[in-house]
Design a protein around this ligand. Sequence first.
Ligand code: NDP
Length: 296
Amino acid sequence: MSATLIDGKAFAARVRAQVAEHVTRLKADHGITPGLAVVLVGEDPASQVYVRSKGKQTTEVGMKSVEHKLDVDTSEADLLAIVDQLNKDPEIHGILVQLPLPKHLDEDLVINSIAPEKDVDGFHISNVGLLGTGQKSMVPCTPLGCLMMLRDYHGSLSGMDAVVVGRSNIVGKPMAQLLLGDSCTVTIAHSRTKDLADVVRRADIVVAAVGRPEMVPGDWIKPGATVIDVGINRLDAPEKGEGKTRLVGDVDFDSCAAVAGAITPVPGGVGPMTIACLLANTVTACCRANGLEEPE
Ligand code: NDP
């Protein structure tokens, strides 16, 4: 491997330490404890893991953590009532409804019922619009974490060619907006893109958010490019024992690391940064709600 490893786990630990420091100051100077509420509907195993992890890390940085675990057949009216109650709760500064929701619930309707200033996932249509027009908003956590790692590694991203593979509302599109905001020349690729290999080969920065295990091989990567792997795919790993699994990203790590200038691993790259950014967004929301200076 010749690429520099971008250590998202270590970076996330630094972000969490800064968040914890800010929380301590908010409590000591203003008597305010930032609060994050997470709403989980149903029993999707991956979502349960994420929610547990979010709750644990929220408490660890000194914030108030509230979890609402609802039955899989919760009605839309009941879910909206809980969101409404959280919107009105002055001790809650951030609200996250864990996606995906069960099929009978309208995701757009539910997300857009969250008060935009408490929408720490940044998925509310107001925050999407603010981000798209370069105004102060809540920025989606996964792309924000990717941007922080890129800025940390490169300093300025101005003028770089960036290719984002994936155009979802939660990763691909906001990632492209953030890179554009940092003056990259941005291409968004997706399942209908022609000659994807050639498109990716142009990039100084590749962000892969596809959901297909190890899809991007090393020979698609321009020598020296920076590769950010958002993918989280669980594969069977019989070599580790019966029933065991392993996590892989959307890029083929070994072949890409042989060509890239820098690369994020899976696990230990984008994943930990996502939760750290969620905590940081909650502190930001708390400061804004109280008219206090925001963390940088
Ligand atoms: P989605 O399924 O919503 O979107 C996937 C995107 O990839 C779509 O735009 C799709 O194109 C595109 N795509 C699919 N197949 C191909 C292909 N063969 N060639 C080119 N593009 C393709 O996924 P998400 O954005 O929600 O997530 C992407 C990945 O990131 C997943 O592995 C997910 O687990 C992971 N993830 C990780 C997070 C973290 O914290 N690290 C957080 C969120 C997601 P089209 O639109 O044309 O269908």
